[in-house]
Write a new protein. Structure first.
Length: 188
């Protein structure tokens, strides 16, 4: 599977790290776009370096590279994930404001009718945030805030992170064994 993954500077860099690790394990071809602040948030929140994160992708692009292949509708891929997604990026996508490569790639993903998953990281949500999310949801964009489930009794932060990544993989149609499914044998 060929995918675009974008990482903004919103808190929640660990979700991006885990998703890229999981996608690498599936053998997916990943085209990674990092925002200017993604590296700083990665440094503040994790022990993963930008070089390590880039090493998990097949190809990497800078957010100001509007000539990158992922900026064109002729670039064939099966989906895009923005994780974590800042409210600035979400607003830009919702209103067709393609100010950088992340917003442009998402705009192209929508116009080409491909799967787009946004993992917005903000709380509480203002009416502006909610309206922007509703605008995108009405266009078929999957809005997937990182809200943990507890039916499988997570014991660590990794368990909570894996739950969200498993849901993303499910929506991309990729097999996952990160968390048990509801009602599966062997649950506590």
């Amino acid at each position: 599977m060929k995918l675009v993954v974008a990482v903004t500077g919103a808190t929640g860099a660990v979700y991006a790290v885990r998703l890229l690790e999981a996608l690498r394990a599936t053998g997916s071809e990943v085209h990674l776009v990092l925002s200017r602040w993604a590296g700083e948030t990665l440094r503040l929140e994790t022990d993963t370096t930008v070089d390590t994160l880039r090493g998990l992708a097949t190809r990497c692009y800078q957010e100001n590279d509007l000539a990158a292949p992922v900026a064109s509708g002729s670039f064939q891929h099966q989906g895009m994930v923005v994780v974590p997604c800042s409210m600035k990026t979400l607003a830009g996508i919702a209103h067709g404001y393609a100010a950088n490569l992340i917003m442009r790639a998402a705009d192209v993903t929508i116009k080409e009718g491909r799967k787009l998953i946004l993992v917005p990281r903000e709380t509480p949500l203002s009416p502006i945030h909610l309206e922007n999310m509703l605008t995108l949801a009405r266009l078929g964009v999957v809005i997937m805030p990182p809200m943990p489930a507890f039916y499988y009794r997570p014991r660590t932060v990794d368990d909570v992170v894996n739950h969200l990544v498993a849901r993303i993989l499910d929506h991309l149609g990729l097999e996952q064994d990160l968390v048990p499914r509801w009602g599966s044998p062997g649950e506590d």
